[in-house]
Design a protein around this ligand. Structure first.
Ligand code: ATP
Ligand code: MG
Length: 413
């Protein structure tokens, strides 16, 4: 398939090469049906060349030089060579077409993403040592990280995202540049930051990416509520570090994700809610006279903070409502087990959770971790009990629906 495409472009006098993510992923031993190509042909010529060959051709962003097509089970994105130039002051990178592959690779974010295979010759092009980086699990920029990140500060977020996806380590020079240039992320549009954040959170190792965001100071500009969770212990060292706790809850939520049979996983909503479920704590913390620490209504305050932050990051209304509602409901279960919940209390729990019930189960279970194993076990079994009662009530309601105990008058009515 790929060689056919190469021959087609070559016979029209154009260059084409497999580039970026797919080349990196092949070296990592993970192939995919989604392939990216770079070509010397302009978008109009690309469209014409694909028209007689692909099953379906569409415009992904002709203005930016990208045409998409499907050929059998393969989905291809073909982008005209771009040159290095970015407008440093603009919020969106500017597009300028280039005329060679090397120039196109030079403007890419990381060496591991700046590899290509020319077609149809199969010549492997790796000007910045991307293959070695993949072997060493390293994230390095083609040129100096400072220049690269001034060209497009979003690349700092991308470094954290790839670290989380691939379990790679950014080069110390990359981390240093992220640290000194963190503030520059503020010139990038919220939508672009949001999209990288979603990919990071939904990655196999979000903790790695989040720790990078926090330690470099990027999080101070992107999600300041997260570093704010690093609460110093109180004078009695009684309170656990809420930041570490939040990462643990996120890890647990990921482990429990297969219980979410009604949503596609990885699920951003439950993961993000797990990460920020306690963001109301720093604002509500009070040291009581007797050495006790309280966080009055931190669930309500946290839900409000979540809503505000997610709005600023231009998340969809649905995502905002879902995450903030989970934050608001995550403490409800705390009353369970101590006092008896009546059937109507259980029903209210189900009704308030609505479509979020399975996510609330995961979040609450994930949050039932304490340093004390016995206590954690007790919480887990209390939650098992709650889920069982929900199930029983459901069965009961089904029966009631089949044989409603109405009297004759009610039936006539
Ligand atoms: P995935 O699609 O799995 O998220 P990817 O590596 O394909 O991973 P994309 O965000 O799809 O990443 O970008 C495709 C390619 O475009 C990258 O491999 C990289 O070479 C280049 N690229 C994307 N964004 C930038 C950027 N901000 N600066 C420089 N190069 C970029
Ligand atoms: Mg891609």
């Amino acid at each position: 398939m790929v060689d056919e495409l190469g021959a087609r472009f070559a016979s029209a006098g154009h260059e084409i090469a497999l580039v970026g993510g797919p080349v990196r992923d092949i070296l990592l031993g993970r192939g995919s049906k989604d392939l990216d190509f770079a070509t010397s042909a302009r978008p109009e010529a690309v469209e014409k060349l694909l028209a007689g060959w692909a099953d379906h051709v569409w415009d992904i962003g002709k203005a930016f030089g990208t045409i998409g097509c499907r050929k059998g089970e393969w989905v291809l994105e073909i982008t005209t060579y771009r040159s290095e130039s970015y407008d440093r002051t603009s919020r969106k990178p500017e597009v300028e077409y280039g005329d060679n592959l090397e120039g196109d690779l030079a403007r890419r974010d990381f060496a591991m993403n700046a590899m290509a295979v020319r077609l149809p010759s199969h010549e492997f092009v790796d000007p910045y040592g991307g293959r070695a980086d993949v072997a060493n699990k390293m994230i390095r920029t083609p040129g100096s990280p400072e220049d690269s990140f001034s060209d497009d500060p979003l690349r700092m977020m991308r470094a954290a995202r790839f670290a989380a996806q691939l379990d790679f380590t950014p080069d110390p020079a990359v981390v240093a540049a992220m640290t000194t240039m963190a503030e520059r992320i503020t010139i990038v549009s919220a939508e672009r930051v949001r999209d990288e954040l979603i990919k990071l959170i939904c990655a196999p190792h979000p903790r790695i990416g989040l720790d990078l965001l926090v330690s470099t100071g990027l999080a101070d500009h992107v999600l300041p509520e997260l570093p704010a969770l690093r609460l110093e212990d109180d004078e009695h060292h009684r309170h656990k570090d809420v930041y570490q706790h939040s990462l643990t809850v996120l890890d647990q939520a990921i482990d429990l994700e297969d219980r979410l049979d009604d949503v596609e996983t990885p699920d951003f909503v439950v993961r993000f809610a797990a990460l920020i479920h306690d963001i109301g704590k720093p604002r509500t913390r009070k040291f009581e006279g007797d050495g006790k620490v309280t966080f009055h209504h931190h669930d309500v305050v946290g839900a409000k903070l979540a809503r505000k932050r997610m709005k600023a990051l231009r998340f969809s209304n649905e995502q905002i409502e879902q995450v903030s509602k989970l934050v608001e409901l995550h403490l409800r279960f705390h009353g369970y087990g101590t006092g008896e919940w009546t059937d109507s209390a259980v029903r209210r729990y189900v009704r308030d959770a609505g479509e979020l019930l399975s996510r609330l189960h995961v979040l609450t279970r994930a949050d039932s971790t304490t340093r004390n194993k016995r206590k954690a076990e007790a919480l887990r079994s209390a939650y098992d009990d709650l889920e069982k009662r929900i199930e029983q009530l459901r069965e009961q309601e089904k029966l009631d629906a089949i044989r409603p105990d109405l009297d004759g008058n009610q039936i006539m009515e």
